[in-house]
Design a protein around this ligand. Structure first.
Ligand SMILES: [Zn+2]
Length: 92
């Protein structure tokens, strides 16, 4: 069954589950029991669990949990060149 979102003027929004044939235009708030109108919104355009949704979640997660790296991407530390003459050069 789908869940629908309702707005209470004092408590905020909450979700209730109804069958599509029985969804009311207003319902009682579970906290203060006042009449709350249904909120109409757009349907989500990205399917949960899809590759696009995982990418968006990972991108949003890096804002609060940045990944820790110990080397630049694409290079292995200590083996920058394959020229054998470069192995004789002094190392920092
Ligand atoms: Zn309320």
């Amino acid at each position: 069954m789908p869940s629908y979102q309702f707005d209470c003027h004092t408590c905020g929004s909450f979700d209730r589950t109804f069958s599509m044939a029985e969804v009311p235009a207003a319902t009682a708030c579970p906290v203060c029991a006042s009449a709350c109108r249904r909120r109409f919104g757009g349907a989500p355009l990205i399917h949960p669990g899809s590759a696009a949704a995982r990418l968006i979640d990972a991108t949003q997660r890096t804002a609060s949990e940045p990944g820790v790296v110990d080397a630049p991407a694409g290079r292995s530390p200590g083996r920058i060149t394959r020229n054998p003459l470069h192995h004789k050069l002094p190392r920092p």
